[in-house]
Design a protein around this ligand. Sequence first.
Ligand code: 3PG
Ligand code: MG
Length: 222
Amino acid sequence: MMTIDKFNFAGKKAIVRVDFNVPLNEEGKITDDTRIRGALPTLKKILADGGALIIMSHMGKPKGKVNAKYSLSQIVDAVSAALGVEVKFAPDCAKASEAAAALKPGEVLLLENLRFYPEEEGKPVGIEKEDPAYEDAKKAMKASQKEFAKTLASYADCYVMDAFGTAHRKHASTAVIADYFDADHKMLGYLMEKEVKAVDNVLKDIKRPFTAIMGGSKVSTK
Ligand code: 3PG
Ligand code: MG
């Protein structure tokens, strides 16, 4: 299995799925940047190796529609400051091939919210489960989800999964995209590695009774 430590990103383009679903205030300013800081070790290693970075994420639940409230353009400056590199922005995540191709080593491109496309989540839109046509709609959506994942994959030479907060979702950018890279060109990022190790350590040496308390920043959805 490939690991981020073993992989040399020099001269390569890496597409990295992060979870930059950060809370914003009314003015669109980030109120908690934990998730951005959490992805930095991975992003910095790729740049330090001499790689180019394509960063992708979702924000909120725009349900497959473009919605300025959830635009990742709002976090470009914060990501630039955190990385110490001026981050470029691709305003349509599915039409970023030119911007991706133009990236030079050390450069960074942030893609617009993946969930502006229903293909990211892969659920058919505008049709209820009870509808007799639902199964066909689902099949069609699964097929276009593959195409969407393939498009994202085409931007890069390798894929890094570091979106720990979204790792429980089987979406185009977190799961399906991995089918378009061979085993030597896909890997977990440092945040994912760290969290997986932490869970492994707890479960390896478990003394019962055992209570696990898990939480997140948005208590309303927990
Ligand atoms: C979260 O904040 O819960 C994660 O970013 C995943 O987002 P989701 O719950 O909307 O899938
Ligand atoms: Mg959630």
